[in-house]
Design a protein around this ligand. Structure first.
Ligand SMILES: Nc1ncnc2c1ncn2[C@@H]1O[C@H](COP(=O)(O)OP(=O)(O)OP(=O)(O)O)[C@@H](O)[C@H]1O
Ligand SMILES: [Mg+2]
Length: 307
């Protein structure tokens, strides 16, 4: 369980967090989605007891992060943004050392278990310094899981991982999230949608919106956006599209490629395909496009963000 209220953090004159409030329950995976400098890492450092807030309170696993930070640390697994690892230690030895610091019983078995979970059992005896970036990230994740923490705080857990590992780590997080509380940060909307039950969008130290991933998708997109690619001229193609009833906001992307949208619940793709072919084009591609994080911020913050 995480409960944050009115959390504020100033770094000198710069306000990094501005009265942030949210909570996360057991069995819930909450995503922190926001651009560079939004305040994600700052919040996570406060929640793990590594740094005090300037104002406001945070309760993690039932303890106050300022007053009872030792109790908090016992119950929290933290994957920091940059994982501090001892490069001249073997993977197994490092995790065993971390496990001993945490007084974990049967530490050897537990280290094997977490290495298995993150797919690093084969590299157990190798030096951390010889691991690739993605593998080091997984050692960091193993370290965060070691003491079976009630709350997991993961700062960009899939950054630097190859696509296969991204899928595996996401599955692992989903599994862990069934019984624990997970807060993870990401820049990637798709990632938030893939793993999280609920998403908090944060920008400039404030939560702009909070919703389930499904609702968020529906709210933000409001309609479907589709990319159409043909062999032929974009100007003419755009003109053809504009004549089709139900097609909105046609935008030329590049030669032969145009994006358009339509109100959700009324899939215009079959009609568009028919009309485009009837007009004599070779249809090459017709696919839905998601909104980028930038577009979502503009949508949510309006003129405020368009500097
Ligand atoms: N140690 C620090 N000293 C001064 N300012 C800091 C410090 N750490 C962060 N900041 C500032 O606080 C703001 C929030 O930074 P934070 O690292 O929390 O963002 P973030 O959302 O994690 O960004 P990113 O996606 O780039 O990791 C930024 O304006 C940043 O410059
Ligand atoms: Mg960060």
């Amino acid at each position: 369980m995480i409960k944050v209220s009115g959390l504020t953090k100033d770094y000198g004159a710069r306000r990094a967090l501005d009265k942030l409030s949210f909570d996360a329950q057991q069995g819930e995976i909450v995503g922190f989605l926001g651009p560079n400098g939004a305040g994600k890492t700052t919040t996570m450092r406060i929640l793990t007891g590594y740094m005090p807030p300037t104002d406001g309170t945070a309760i993690v696993a039932g303890y106050d992060v300022v007053e009872e930070s030792i109790e908090v640390r016992k119950r929290v697994g933290y994957l920091p943004e940059t994982v501090p690892l001892y490069t001249d230690m073997a993977v197994f030895d490092y995790l065993k050392f971390m496990g001993e610091l945490r007084h974990i019983p049967n530490v050897d078995d537990r280290v094997d278990e977490v290495l298995e979970m993150v797919g690093l059992l084969e590299r157990a005896d190798g030096y951390i310094g010889n691991l690739s970036k993605g593998m080091r990230q997984r050692v960091g994740l193993a370290q965060a899981l070691l003491h079976r923490p009630e709350v997991l705080i993961l700062d960009e857990p899939t950054i630097g991982l190859d696509p296969g590992q991204v899928v595996e780590v996401r599955e692992l997080i989903r599994e862990i999230g069934k019984e624990r509380t997970v807060l993870l940060s990401t820049h990637i909307l798709n990632e938030a949608q893939n793993i999280c039950d609920r998403v908090l969008i944060i920008n400039k130290g404030k939560i702009i919106t909070e919703d389930t991933t499904e609702n968020l998708q529906a709210r933000l997109i409001g309609g479907e956006r589709v990319m159409l690619r043909v062999r032929g001229e974009s100007d003419e193609l755009a003109a053809t599209l504009k004549q089709i009833k139900g097609v909105q906001s046609v935008e030329i992307q590049e030669e032969g490629a145009v994006e358009f949208s339509f109100a959700s619940g009324k899939d215009m793709r079959p009609e568009v395909a028919k009309q485009v072919i009837k007009a004599g084009y070779d249809l090459l591609e017709l696919r839905p496009v998601g909104m980028s994080l930038e577009e979502i911020f503009l949508e949510l913050t309006g003129a405020d963000n368009k500097k």
